[in-house]
Design a protein around this ligand. Structure first.
Ligand code: HEM
Ligand code: HEM
Length: 170
């Protein structure tokens, strides 16, 4: 069986776990105790996703992905490619808009309290900050929906169609 290489697989699963954790923190942050420092952790995890995504995209361009199962109809291959392309866009746009939005506030921006992360030179009230806030929130919802579809598609391939789609990523 032709599967994704070990680096591609490791990046897929590490990034997936970080994103799921961050979607949870993003949606639940108002309900969680303030002294848990949820938002600094959310920002640090998100910046980590951004850095790993850049590495992942470079890796993707320089390493061939294994072919999809031959029996997959064309429309389904097209849907898979479109979803994956959208995921790469979300992995860049959602953290970047969060970073822009957080740059306008007075709170320090750190990576897990270890070192300061530079801020963009934007202020509260700038159009780009408002647009980033909206994009971050709507992006989070749309992305979460697509991730559910992605997971259901993977499980369908594995348990119903019984092909190698999921095994190629494990
Ligand atoms: C994988 C990356 C990320 C995901 C999936 C994500 C997801 C989310 C979600 C779902 C929300 C809740 C939106 C709402 O209901 O208002 C949120 C809020 C927020 N995110 Fe992110 N985020 C990510 C990265 C970042 C980064 C890198 C930063 C900053 C450096 C950031 C800063 C914020 C802030 C400040 C809020 C609170 C907005 C508010 O409540 O007004 N996020 N995020
Ligand atoms: C936040 C969660 C996730 C994100 C953002 C994500 C993202 C991606 C992306 C971008 C690809 C395309 C890889 C390429 O460049 O060829 C991919 C492939 C894949 N993912 Fe995920 N994934 C997530 C979670 C999961 C989960 C939980 C599963 C399993 C239940 C899964 C199963 C797969 C499989 C089987 C492939 C290979 C599909 C193919 O080759 O066309 N993913 N994922």
């Amino acid at each position: 069986m032709d599967r994704y290489g070990s680096v591609a697989r490791a990046l897929h699963w590490i990034i997936a776990i970080l994103i799921l954790f961050n979607l949870f923190l993003g949606f639940a942050h108002e309900a969680l105790p303030r002294d848990w420092k949820v938002m600094p952790v959310h920002k640090s995890v998100g910046l980590t996703v951004l850095a790993l995504t850049i590495l992942r995209i470079v890796w993707r361009f320089t390493h061939k992905a294994p072919p999809l199962p031959a029996a997959m109809p064309r429309w389904e291959k097209g849907a898979a490619h479109a979803t994956h392309f959208a995921f790469y866009a979300f992995m860049l746009i959602v953290p970047l808009t969060g970073w822009i939005m957080s740059s306008s506030g007075d709170r320090p921006l750190t990576w897990f309290f270890l070192f300061d992360v530079p801020k963009f030179t934007v202020s509260k009230g700038d159009a780009i900050v408002g647009i980033s806030g909206e994009t971050h929130e709507i992006g989070g919802f749309v992305w979460a929906t697509l991730i559910v579809v992605h997971i259901l598609a993977a499980l369908r391939h594995h348990f119903i169609l019984k092909d190698d789609a999921l095994r190629r990523m494990i």
